[in-house]
Write a protein that binds this ligand. Sequence first.
Ligand SMILES: *Cc1c(COP(=O)(O)O)cnc(C)c1O
Length: 381
Amino acid sequence: MRFETRAIHADGGPDSGTGAVAPSIHLSTTYLHAPDGAPLFGRLYAREGNPTQDRLERALAALEGGERALAFASGMAAAAALAEALPEGAHVLFHRDVYHGVRTLATECFGRWGLAASFADLTDPAAARAALTDATALLWVETPTNPRLEIVDLAAAAALAREAGALLAVDGTFATPALQRPLELGADVVLHSTTKYLGGHGDVLGGALVFRRDDALARRAEALRHRTGAIASPFSSWLVLRGLRTLACRMERHSTNALAVARALAGHPGLAEVLYPGLPDHPGHEIAARQMAGGFGGMLALRVAGGRASALAVASRLELFANATSLGGVESLVEHRASVEGPASTTPDDLLRLSIGLEHPDDLVADLARALGAGAGAAER
Ligand SMILES: *Cc1c(COP(=O)(O)O)cnc(C)c1O
């Protein structure tokens, strides 16, 4: 079955008790057990999970091609569980451009958890190899990356991880399984902020880990989730499950819209650079074309000529694009990431990150052209 069909039907089907076609939501926190504590219906307490979360997990595993998926309360809860499931003393090697929250988790929390972290340019095989240590247990990459839209070759990263006796984790939040399936390219774990495209409507916080094998690492992450309580609530699970059903259509439109915007803005005198892997002159274009299918995603970044002040001025003149954090919803958003990430930010201060929504691309291009036209280039001439 093709992805589009699986996205609709994975763990779907009517409820056998009622015939309801849409999934039901069970809010009960507790379930009947025998006097000796033996579960009578397979579950005891909602901190272990809930029936809607189980359905979401089976659907996510089917869409990524993994044996086991775990849903979490947020993307960061999933990231933390993955890190904490590693053996004590493990070193995690991150690609240098990584979601700010994950970088902060690594720099602020890993030490206390007995883990080490370092960052290297994993698009450069020599730099990647040089950054490995004897303790490297995990390579952790995003592709495309947040927020610079860099592309990491996943097959090459998987080969390097194997050579080093390490695992490869891929944060697939930007691409989603509709466009890229890292487990098929050799990755061991896929991380998602389901808050973004999988939920798809800016109204649910969630995360997920999808494991190639239902192995010891997956079970440790699940045990940690049970201990710490970072599960996806029944309603959150339901919203993400509903988002999955339209994922293939939405990613197609997000991608064609973003490509249209990138093409329209490439070479604009108010911009130093348009960062979008779908543009042929993007340094990762060929790798992205090989490892992604059906589009390059809905995220792009602009480097505004004139630096920080010009970037903020452009952001302030946009009307259709709301200045707000997050991404992957139906409405277009813009964000000056360096401002939001604060003093520890590694993002260039001329960069605006755009989450291209599902509006008509001509309206988005017109809004950007107007905001840029009166800005940097023009105003300073
Ligand atoms: C948003 C995001 C996260 C964190 O997810 P939350 O759901 O906000 O906790 C992790 N990785 C990437 C790439 C993200 O964009």
